[in-house]
Design a protein. Structure first.
Length: 246
């Protein structure tokens, strides 16, 4: 049966496929804190993702997330965008470094650079991003403030393949969280980020197991077109919306 919204493949299914395939080579791109990188490192280590992170790249030398790569013994590299005259030159250097490590999948995890169309084309169908909203709602920045201002009841995060359209590529899977009375952008962000740390490993796990792949704007799940994003099972704490808030 074709999975649809609210019908995400079970976590164990990815492991069934894992036995048949070698670990996929992952490159993770960060700019800052790196909490999603950490979640992916843990998921590769404990077998939830049949992948091996072969390279972490930050465009910022001071990114705290680089410490996660270092502590896990993962090769990492800084490509400081400020040292390049324009976006094309930076993206060329980034692409050349990635190619040296032959990643099967490039994982943008809080990578705060807009990529050129040429770079996106170079890695078409091989690059995913996590965005802190239920796309297509709230593309771009400041999603938590905008969700609160809009008065939505649910907010969340989405993992999508990257296309030339900013935050516009096909969405693989989403995590929903409630917006609670009294939420500030910070409390809402914390709730979304906790969900992201389950969501990104789930999405990358589906790709690494071969269950999900992209072909341009079309997503395939178990060899059938995916008509709408999968939905991550809610965490136990969010099945009682807004418990503990006033
Ligand atoms: C996440 O909220 C992600 O959705 C957005 O950037 C943030 C990165 O956080 N793209 P971290 O660096 O992984 O902690």
């Amino acid at each position: 049966m074709m999975p649809g919204h609210g019908d995400a493949p079970a976590a164990g299914s990815a492991q069934d496929h894992r036995e048949q395939k070698p670990a996929r080579r992952l490159a993770v791109l960060i700019s800052g804190r790196g909490s999603n990188l950490k979640a992916l490192i843990d998921a590769c280590a404990d077998g939830r993702v049949n992948g091996r992170i072969v390279l972490v790249i930050s465009n910022r030398p001071e990114a705290p997330g680089l410490a996660y790569a270092r502590d896990a013994g993962i090769p990492y590299s800084v490509i400081d965008h400020r040292r390049y005259t324009d976006r094309e030159a930076f993206d060329r250097a980034l692409g050349d470094t990635l190619d040296e490590h032959q990643p099967d999948l490039i994982v943008l995890a809080g990578f705060m650079r807009v990529l050129t169309a040429g770079f996106v084309a170079r890695f078409v169908d091989r690059m995913v991003n996590i965005h802190p909203s239920l796309l297509p709602e709230f593309r771009g920045l400041h999603t938590h403030d905008r969700a609160l201002a809009a008065g939505v009841e649910h907010h969340g995060a989405s993992v999508h393949f990257v296309t030339a359209e900013l935050d516009g590529g096909p969405v693989i899977i989403q995590a929903r969280v409630p917006v609670c009375p009294g939420d500030s952008p910070e409390t809402l962000a914390a709730r979304v980020q906790a969900a992201e740390h389950r969501l990104y490993p789930a999405a990358v796990g589906l790709i690494c197991s071969g269950r999900i792949h992209a072909s341009g704007d079309t997503l395939w799940c178990d060899e059938e077109p995916l008509q709408q994003p999968l939905l991550l099972d809610p965490a136990p704490e969010s099945t009682q919306p807004c418990a503990g808030t006033t």
